[in-house]
Design a protein around this ligand. Sequence first.
Ligand SMILES: Cc1cc2nc3c(=O)[nH]c(=O)nc-3n(C[C@H](O)[C@H](O)[C@H](O)COP(=O)(O)OP(=O)(O)OC[C@H]3O[C@@H](n4cnc5c(N)ncnc54)[C@H](O)[C@@H]3O)c2cc1C
Length: 550
Amino acid sequence: MASPYLERRYLVGFETRRLPHIFTDVLVIGAGAAGLRAAIEAADGGAEVIVTTKGELAETNTYYAQGGIAAVIGEGDSVEDHIADTLEAAVGLADEPVVHEVISEAPAHIHELADWGVPFDRGDGELLLGREGGHGRNRIVHASGDATGTALVEVLLTRAREHPSVKLWGQCFVLDLLTDPPEGGAGSECVGAMTWHPRYGVQTIQAGRTILAAGGAGMLWRETTNPAVATSDAIAMAFRAGASVADVEMMQFHPTTLYIAGATRSLITEAVRGEGALLVDRNGEPFMSDYDERAELAPRDIVSRAIMEQMAKTQSTHVCLDARGIGRDRFVQRFPGISELCESFGIDPGTDLIPVHPAAHYMIGGARVNRDGRTTLPGLLACGEAACTGLHGANRLASNSLSEALVFGKRCGRTALAELAQMNERLTARRISWSNTPSRRTELDLTDVRNSLRSLMWRNAGIVRQGDRLGETLEIVNFWGRYVLDKEFYNDPAGWEAQNMLTTAYLLAECALRRTETRGVHYRKDFPDTDPAWARHQQVRRTEYQLVVE
Ligand SMILES: Cc1cc2nc3c(=O)[nH]c(=O)nc-3n(C[C@H](O)[C@H](O)[C@H](O)COP(=O)(O)OP(=O)(O)OC[C@H]3O[C@@H](n4cnc5c(N)ncnc54)[C@H](O)[C@@H]3O)c2cc1C
């Protein structure tokens, strides 16, 4: 039976001539660090830019970033050392020229952001540098202690908002990338997107260039640090449009989120461990040095698995962070947001242990891009968590993602400008249409499907994976897909989000099943060794009714 995930090119049928259309030089999908940086670059270069986001403007993964941005700033640090740390974490899968370029360019972005008004923390006028897992040096710049992302978004949003050539549209959900011819893939070109807005309904935004910066996929798992907007729309819409999507099996789990029954999983940045906090089990015993000589500062995949194993050994639902050695005053000064969070649950980090548990955190995979941010689909560029640049390989080094979002955001803006300059004809309305075959199958309760999918992914496609469970996951996801992917119109984006989540779950399970080895964040219990034959990316794309894996 054909997979439901390969049949449908567009979530909804349409005829562009019957829809309102809006024209712009550059359409940016997403207003996190990557999208805003791309928009500012393109607008500074003279383009008219529309930025769409599906929720409130600031509601992004970027807003919640705590630890900071990695860059070679400090005395004694070097680009070579940062590259070496990044490559070590990436376990043979990083693209070295990309690593070199992002790390070399990151410091200039920090200085630029400081000039634009990001209030990075300083001591005696010098930038203060934190330390995080996998970094051999202190090289993480931060703002307001643990509120780096908030400060970053505020400054970038203000800059974009004040730019006469940038329009920022919140609540403007992108359903699909529009291609001409409509089938997408080889021979097609991306010419904008179809959007849904609570007031205006379905519209098209036709653009000279489209930049996909729609973020990550954390909502696919029951436990996640990501906000509700992270439903993997970017991967799903790029895949439907026929662009190559790479490394989807590489999802990074964060070792430490606050574990309080009924509360959302708020991140406790690893900078807390960088300041000296220890992980202890239910008996109060430190255990990380039993798993890795770098102990608390080992890369995230190692710490996450160690926690899961220690929880199993001690039959506990969580472990704890012991930050008492940092001292209450220092803790409050360095981590004001986490202090407030702990206080709201009656936890005093100066005297109490902080209960923690791993959670899905960062999608390494995404639309495959080259060094200019071009995807395999002409007209479409991608950056940030939505893209797979090859920087992170099989494991992301902490705080490298914001550096990547800024560097590739700027590149996408530049590439869009260069490509627009080569277009001689003016944008005119494209006549594109699509129709889906109506279905009379039962409607499933989408809230149930979403919740069940997130539990399934946590159990079967989470920190520890094995072939038979991944196979079952595919079976179940294909079954749900037949009853969910065949529907078209919903009253709000939750239905389309569920379709996107199922699509990405299908791709992830498929790729994780095929990668019969353990590498970085992808841990296969049945294939615990790293296999040199697998030192390559997995790319998937859709042709009509077929999944192409390269
Ligand atoms: C809790 C937390 C802490 C983190 N801490 C750090 C850190 O300290 N350092 C670091 O380097 N990284 C950190 N990360 C990771 C980092 O924040 C993200 O990888 C990065 O911010 C991603 O930026 P982005 O611009 O690609 O996406 P985002 O910031 O997630 O923005 C995505 C945008 O896309 C929009 N969007 C999504 N789907 C659609 C759609 N269908 N239609 C329209 N718009 C859409 C959203 O509305 C949003 O505007 C952290 C992540 C989290 C969740």
